[in-house]
Ligand binder design. Structure first.
Ligand code: ADP
Ligand code: MG
Length: 243
């Protein structure tokens, strides 16, 4: 499991997370919900080891190993994956080259171009991604939905132990949400997932095993899928105020 213990995180000298404790179990989906600016992306970035997000207190354990001080690439090799809320456009880097390098690097494999493409094609068909996609540069000129599908393709190729999906549903139309959710459901059980989302539709498809609510850098509620349903009906206010 991925264990977060009493985590305090600062961004540019400002304390954003104030004692977050959460456990993401292998093979389970844990949804993290909360108002804008509550610290969801900060948590995901800090867990991935983003240098801007400074852990000032607390610890993170991945399958029992303390990764609090470990560099981002080593976290990736240990099986952690982050799908960005706002993926960067990288011009001059083709998606195929990027993915093959990433897979070989993270998994320690040395797949030939042919073997790699066989696997890639299968995953792309699964996510309903057109083959012309591969000739393009990473995220360059992509629509919001295309960026999110590129992130999901990365996840399916890298097969992490724990994946953090930061608002992967945002920017997707209804059909794309279903396709991406099906992609996640296919790997459900094979990896632990921290699902950051606002939207009920995504949660309905994915049926998380547990739900936590974050507000102003603190966890204010834990529950089952019913908690997400309650939020959808009543908003965050009642839960944040402790009703
Ligand atoms: P959420 O993802 O829940 O909407 P964030 O984690 O993005 O919230 O933001 C939480 C708080 O941290 C906000 O007040 C935001 O302005 C601040 N913050 C997050 N990232 C940065 C950053 N890179 N630089 C400055 N402030 C940041
Ligand atoms: Mg965010």
């Amino acid at each position: 499991m991925l264990e977060i213990k009493d985590l305090y995180v600062e961004v540019e000298g400002k304390e954003i997370l104030k004692g977050i404790s959460l456990t993401i179990h292998a093979g389970k989906i844990h949804a993290l919900m909360g108002p804008n600016g509550s610290g969801k992306s900060t948590l995901a970035n800090a867990l991935m080891g983003h240098p801007k997000y400074k852990i000032t207190k607390g610890k993170v354990f991945l399958d029992g190993k303390d990764i609090t001080e470990v560099k981002t690439d080593k976290r990736a090799k240990a099986g952690l994956f982050l799908s960005f809320q706002h993926p960067q456009e990288i011009s001059g880097v083709r998606i195929t080259n990027f993915l093959r390098t990433a897979v070989n690097e993270v998994k320690g494999t040395n797949l030939s171009v042919i073997d790699f493409h066989k696997i890639l094609k299968e995953k792309m068909e699964f996510l309903n991604i057109d083959s012309s996609f591969l000739k393009r540069n990473l995220n360059e000129g992509f629509s919001g939905g295309e960026k999110k599908r590129a992130e999901m393709l990365q996840m399916l190729m890298l097969e992490p132990k724990y994946a953090m999906l930061d608002e992967t549903d945002s920017g997707l139309d209804v059909d794309a949400i279903r396709i991406v959710a099906e992609g996640i459901n296919k790997v459900k059980g094979q990896m632990g997932i921290l699902l950051i989302t606002h939207y009920d539709r995504f949660l309905q498809y994915l049926q998380p095993d547990s739900v936590s609510v974050i507000n102003e850098g603190e966890i204010v509620a834990h529950g089952s899928y019913e908690l997400a349903e309650k939020i959808q009906k009543e908003g965050f206010r009642g839960i944040i105020n402790g009703n």
